[in-house]
Design a protein around this ligand. Structure first.
Ligand code: PBE
Length: 307
């Protein structure tokens, strides 16, 4: 753990530009129009310093990327750099601006696919799993204590497009709570399906926990706002991934809408499932994997250059 913390410290102390500059070197004359067209001439691996731009080490996709480094022979000696979701997005944006190669630990839904031309690298060994769902988990006892909140959480269900709309607003600078409110106003029909037949309440404190991933910032703020509109006093608390699971399982927090299954959070699910009230899927069609800009002339994890 200490080692991981140290690595995070190192990353956040360096700007993404510096990191990229340190990794580059072949592109000093500006953008080569043909960069990437002929992978025989370019060694992306070397240009990237044999490094995958990761996010928080507690994320499932970060661990899957480390597994990929173990599983794929061509990734022998590669490193997954710990970072944060925000710093990863910044590094991606800067690489694209300079048309430099970059591999990030990615996931969808995510606004980056609307903003940039990106692709998932094929994963023939299925280290990153297949299509996933995002699930809602409540603490045991919530149903008795706050049946109205429990019912709304149970009803909560939307599409990747819905979530991406909220995420894009936030990525473009909107305050998460305001973006959630705006989305709720524009999607009254869907929201009323979640609250249909549920009585309003007069106060009652409820705490939702989440991780500061773009997906979870969007979803947690929307459902939090819906509960607030119903009359609850809502707190949303950001935590590390494992701590989020533990908080709901132990009953310290009331619920979360951030359980990626079956793969991404499969280990945490196994650890805590006996102490959780599972409220099912809130979104289908999620995915994790290694993501690169379209202009990179590779299609598969197996196309990444050996060190
Ligand atoms: N994510 C976003 C999380 C789940 C939600 C893909 C970064 C993870 O990898 O654990």
């Amino acid at each position: 753990m200490l080692k991981q913390l140290k690595r995070v410290g190192v990353i956040s102390g360096l700007s993404a530009t510096l990191l990229l500059a340190a990794c580059g070197g072949s592109d000093d004359n500006g953008n080569d129009e043909n960069a990437g067209d002929d992978n025989g001439d370019v060694n992306y691996g070397e240009e990237m310093n044999y490094s995958i731009t990761g996010i928080e080490p507690g994320a499932g996709v970060f661990q899957a990327a480390e597994d990929a480094v173990e599983e794929y022979d061509n990734l022998d000696g590669w490193e997954v750099q710990a970072s944060s979701s925000g710093a990863m997005a910044t590094a991606l944006g800067e690489a694209i601006e300079n048309e430099e190669p970059i591999v990030v630990t990615g996931w969808s839904p995510h606004w980056k696919f609307a903003k940039y031309d990106l692709k998932y690298l094929e994963d023939p060994k299925k280290v990153f799993g297949e299509e996933e769902s995002i699930n809602t988990m409540a603490r045991e006892g919530l149903e008795d204590d706050m049946p109205e909140a429990h019912e709304v959480l149970d009803n909560f269900h939307w599409s990747p497009d819905d979530l991406e709309e909220v995420m894009l607003e936030i990525a473009d600078g909107a305050d998460p709570k305001e973006a959630a409110n705006a989305w709720i106003d524009e999607n009254e029909d869907l929201v009323s399906e979640w609250t249909d037949g549920v009585d309003e309440v007069d106060g009652g404190e409820i705490e939702l926990v989440y991780v500061e991933w773009d997906t979870e910032i969007g979803s947690t703020n929307v459902i939090g706002q819906v509960l607030e509109d119903l009359g609850y006093d809502v707190t949303v608390t950001p935590l590390d991934n494992a701590v989020m699971w533990e908080a709901v399982a132990s009953g310290e927090a009331d619920a979360m809408v951030a359980a990626w299954l079956p793969g991404t959070h499969g280990d945490l699910y196994e650890e805590y499932k006996d102490d959780l009230d599972e409220l099912g899927e809130n979104l289908e069609g999620a995915k994790i994997g290694l993501v690169v800009p379209e202009y990179m002339d590779i299609d598969s994890i197996e196309d990444l250059d050996e060190k």
